[in-house]
Design a protein around this ligand. Structure first.
Ligand SMILES: *[C@@H]1O[C@H](CO)[C@@H](O)[C@H](O)[C@H]1NC(C)=O
Ligand SMILES: *[C@@H]1O[C@H](CO)[C@@H](O)[C@H](O)[C@H]1NC(C)=O
Ligand SMILES: *[C@@H]1O[C@H](CO)[C@@H](O)[C@H](O)[C@H]1NC(C)=O
Ligand SMILES: *[C@@H]1O[C@H](CO)[C@@H](O)[C@H](O)[C@H]1NC(C)=O
Ligand SMILES: *[C@@H]1O[C@H](CO)[C@@H](O)[C@H](O)[C@H]1NC(C)=O
Ligand SMILES: *[C@@H]1O[C@H](CO)[C@@H](O)[C@H](O)[C@H]1NC(C)=O
Ligand SMILES: *[C@@H]1O[C@H](CO)[C@@H](O)[C@H](O)[C@H]1NC(C)=O
Length: 400
């Protein structure tokens, strides 16, 4: 055992020595840790490029290679003064978790005062906003963390094939808790960030205008889809599965409501945010990050469901929605206002932080406080299988 431990320790040391060398070579911050005021979280190249070659700052001044980052995106990028940095997770939940873990636990950085700014494109619920819009989330909900039965084998009285873990029906609260179902971030900070973004002139495209007009035939339900792009405060769903259509769209609207006890307002859908938030939460437990300093912005690139009369397949695969370009442009237009707002207000407001008056954290209350969603800390832990469980037995029973 001792030798295992020694081996482990020396591996750790080897790891940090390597990191230190990387730091010395690329960061040379006089041995000081890099303490960015804003860390932009991009998910793939187009989202990252939205921030490059802009007049405000040069994120490509420092490329810092860190072991553990995505093979596609091996570097963290920082401005000359290291005030703003950028990481690129790679797409979907596994990449997001692994990349953010690498950065959040890296000895290269002091992230205790850093604002993490998730800025990516997303699908959009036409009931809540239109393509090109910038949405700011309070809740991130892992909507596909459920059982699934293919619709062709489903009893006819089920409204969807997704059934919460440990439940019997789609609308039942899950009784088997993994802990990543819902994350709640600082609502006051969200509003400040959204107001910064409202200073921007958002891009639109002719193709997007033409396409969104199709939603006008519907009832008043899709009014938001037909308007010009805007800044909207509404929540994000995380799912590795890139879904499309009315039934899944509605099903995950329902899941968001269910998991957040009625407060969540599903509007955008992407593949990473819960994974990113889980890591930032784990780092916050060790005082490496501050969970009250997270902003989740998603700009809308495509609708999550078709306009009336069109099919889900058409919506997903064949439609030219015209939203991709404006969504990428608006990462910059809306996002730069947020970054500049934080930098300009640093001494007055952001250095000391924006106090959260809502609950922030996960379903377990890991960071303290009582979640305003979920069954309560004690019950959630019990249902997680972390302690001896009834729910573990029932899970096994269900599996068996
Ligand atoms: C950082 O990498 C980018 C390409 O990813 C490159 O354009 C840029 O010149 C690099 N910066 C430095 C300082 O080497
Ligand atoms: C995912 O993130 C959303 C908010 O962005 C949160 O409401 C949800 O709880 C998170 N779920 C998981 C499984 O992390
Ligand atoms: C569906 O019908 C079955 C019986 O065929 C019944 O046991 C079950 O409770 C029903 N489920 C729902 C969600 O109503
Ligand atoms: C938005 O457009 C208006 C009118 O053209 C202009 O006055 C304003 O400076 C623009 N705002 C930004 C942030 O570019
Ligand atoms: C919906 O509206 C669009 C644009 O006004 C029109 O071209 C289209 O024919 C309408 N579709 C239906 C099914 O009414
Ligand atoms: C969503 O919830 C509504 C209201 O309870 C219900 O009528 C609808 O069938 C649900 N949709 C799906 C796809 O589960
Ligand atoms: C959330 O809803 C569940 C299921 O209805 C309930 O057991 C739980 O007490 C609610 N939690 C809060 C914080 O209201």
């Amino acid at each position: 055992m001792l030798s295992m431990q020694t081996l482990f320790t020396s591996l750790l040391l080897a790891g940090s020595t390597f990191s230190a060398q990387v730091a010395a070579k690329t960061a040379s911050h006089n041995g000081e840790k890099i303490a960015p005021k804003v860390f932009i979280v991009s998910m793939f190249e187009p989202e990252a490029q939205a921030w490059w070659n802009i007049p405000e700052f040069d994120l490509l001044s420092h490329n810092i290679t860190i072991p553990g980052l995505s093979p596609l995106y091996p570097d963290v990028h920082c401005t000359k003064d290291y005030e703003v940095c950028q990481l690129i997770t790679g797409e979907a939940e596994i990449n997001a978790a692994a990349t953010v873990t690498t950065v959040a636990f890296s000895p290269l950085f002091d992230l205790t005062k850093t604002y993490f700014f998730v800025a990516g494109i997303a699908g959009i619920n036409p009931k809540r906003a239109t393509t090109g819009s910038a949405t700011f989330a309070r809740y991130a909900v892992q909507v596909a963390l459920q059982y699934e039965i293919d619709i062709r084998e489903l009893s006819s009285n089920y409204s969807t094939g997704y059934i919460p873990l440990g439940a019997d029906y789609p609308d039942q609260y899950p009784t088997s808790i993994y802990g990543t179902e819902v994350f709640e971030v600082n609502a006051n900070l969200r509003t400040i960030a959204a107001n910064f973004a409202r200073r921007a002139n958002l891009s639109d495209s002719t193709a997007a205008k033409v396409y969104r007009a199709n939603y006008a035939n519907a009832s008043a339900e899709y009014k938001a889809a037909t308007l010009a792009p805007s800044v909207v405060e509404c929540d994000v769903a995380t799912s590795d599965v890139y879904y499309s259509g009315n039934i899944l769209g509605t099903a995950f609207e329902n899941t968001t409501k269910l998991f957040t006890n009625g407060t969540g307002d599903y509007c955008s859908t992407a593949q990473e945010d819960n994974a990113t938030l889980e890591v930032l939460l784990r780092a916050a437990v060790h005082k490496l990050t501050d969970f009250s300093r997270i902003i989740v912005m998603r700009t809308a690139s495509d609708f999550d469901r078709p306009y009336p009369g069109a099919s889900a397949t058409y919506n997903l695969l064949y439609s030219d929605q015209g939203g991709f370009e404006p969504a990428l442009e608006n990462i910059y237009h809306a996002g730069i206002e947020v970054v500049q707002g934080i930098l300009q207000g640093w001494e007055k407001t952001f250095k000391k932080g924006v106090k959260a008056t809502n609950y922030i954290g996960d379903i377990f209350g890991t960071l303290g406080g009582q979640p305003d969603f979920g069954p309560g800390t004690a019950q959630a832990l019990e249902e997680s299988g972390a302690y001896k469980k009834r729910s573990l037995e029932s899970r096994l029973r269900r599996r068996g």
